[in-house]
Design a protein around this ligand. Sequence first.
Ligand code: ASP
Length: 299
Amino acid sequence: MKHLIDIKSLTNDEILEITELAHYYEEHVPKGTQKKKKAGSTALLFFENSTRTRFSFEMASKKLGFSAFNFDAQKSSILKGEGFFDTLNNLNAIGCDIAIIRHSKEGFIEELSKKEYDWGLSLVNAGEGQSSHPTQALLDFYTLQKHLKTVEGKKITIVGDIIHSRVAKSNIELLTRFGAHVVCCSPSYFEDWTLTNAKYEPVLKDALNDADAVMGLRIQKERIETRVPYAQYIEDYQIKESNLPKKAILMHPGPVNRDVEIEGALLDSNRGKIITEQARNGVFVRMAVLDLIYEGTKR
Ligand code: ASP
């Protein structure tokens, strides 16, 4: 693996290799018995807001022994007019091994990876516009496997702003490849009919019925120009203790808008705990991704 572009660019074997290595790190990091520390470096270039993903990649880098450099777009030469590609070219020359990029432009990482330059630099997609967020889908898969053993044959319901969610898209791609039945549930203004791998079920009660896992999504305010009818949305689509099936595990990529997509009391209950476990699992999954890329491409 030279780059992590999206889920599509990974084989099922590579996905399983990532989750197996993540499991190794989950077992060994807390005991301090992981493999020898690595001497590489990562650069974190985030052009959209982030808390979990950015900290998680930084934490993963440091736990592996990498030096992690944070790029501040507001203080960088991009504001002096330098193009992003030229910035990366210089980070490569300076000796960065892996550039971890979050950007609003869809297809950007793939476009960069196709440029014919003699780079040692690897590129990792840390969230791209509305289209993909591969490490979130990998950590969700890892979390689901831990709780459900396998996703094969399991009903996984994704509720909320499907059309603007890169998390939903990467998850649908990954989970259906491993045999999950993914059901999407949203009001019509959040539907995405291009996602043909998933079944669409507009009524929350039916979508939740018999689900093994329920994934809430944040309404992506920053990508929506029209007014969202919040009160109606909450009435029809909020996930609550009273509508969440007893056997279902509750997930959310975060950040959660408390009392919008998920009832606050449910978040604070035991059933809300898997959401913070997802954030914790993200560190091990990202360690695995960075490790596999670094070991595969060491200069
Ligand atoms: N943190 C996730 C993302 O970056 C989900 C969200 O922002 O709602 O896509």
